[in-house]
Write a protein that binds this ligand. Structure first.
Ligand code: ADE
Length: 229
């Protein structure tokens, strides 16, 4: 998979992709993540990419022209299955959407900006708008990092033990059951006995009970949409 990200603050994205699972995925050649600075597509000598909004509202807006030039430049070199814009009013990122995006070949992500972006970009160039939650961030970079992380870890081969993505919370519309490690007793706090029983049937039953109980208590709406995945 190739992921190209356009941003006015690409420095903000260097850290999240340079460590752990996302770094290993790139090292293994399973994904290539490229950051593109929108200012490189400015045509003026100050390299500015924003201007005043038309109308009475104060504030600056990212202009359509540099964004058009950036998107067209990337499109001339690669076919994209989706061109995503990160925005609080986009479709909510869910595990289902992450699964869907992980099966794509190439994705472009345009990071939103707190000042807003010329709406013609959204009307004519973007194929999908994604929000990571009902709150407002200062820019779309952190949202882009969240989207990319949730997608890349699902690409086959990225996680060492593929089943560990299958047992993630949300993967079957259930929250994951609790996990424990050694020591079996710490500070008088005990690991549930069933986990040390060696009885795999019993362990599986306990894990399913826990997953259901936690989902009912913490995310009851997931149980309404069991058939939606
Ligand atoms: N940009 C600002 N807030 C955002 C959010 N919640 N999701 C995606 N992009 C954003």
């Amino acid at each position: 998979m190739q992921i190209d990200i356009i941003s006015v603050l690409p420095e903000l994205l260097q850290g999240p992709f340079a460590h752990s699972i996302l770094k290993r995925a790139q090292d293994k050649g399973l994904v290539s993540i490229n950051l593109h600075h929108l200012r490189n597509y400015s045509t003026n000598r100050h390299r500015s990419v924003d201007d005043y909004a038309f109308g009475p509202d104060a504030g600056m807006v990212l202009q359509v022209e540099p964004i058009y030039r950036a998107i067209e430049d990337l499109k001339s070199r690669c076919h994209y299955d989706e061109i995503i814009y990160t925005s609080p009013d986009g479709e909510l990122l869910t595990q289902k959407l992450a699964n869907e995006l992980s099966s794509k070949q190439n994705i472009m992500v345009l990071c939103g900006h707190y000042k807003g972006i010329d709406h013609r970009v959204r009307e004519h160039l973007i194929t999908r708008e994604v929000s990571i939650g009902d709150y407002v961030l200062s820019g779309g970079e952190l949202a882009a990092a969240v989207i990319v992380d949730s997608v890349v870890r699902l690409i086959p081969g990225v996680l060492n033990d593929e089943t560990s993505a299958l047992s993630d919370s949300f993967q079957d519309n259930l929250l994951a059951p609790p996990v424990y490690s050694r020591p079996a007793v710490f500070n008088g706090w005990e690991v549930p006995k069933v986990l040390m029983s060696g009885n795999f049937k019993e362990i599986e039953r306990w894990q399913m009970e826990q997953a259901l109980e936690r989902t009912k208590r913490l995310r009851p709406h997931l149980l309404d949409s069991v058939d939606e995945q």
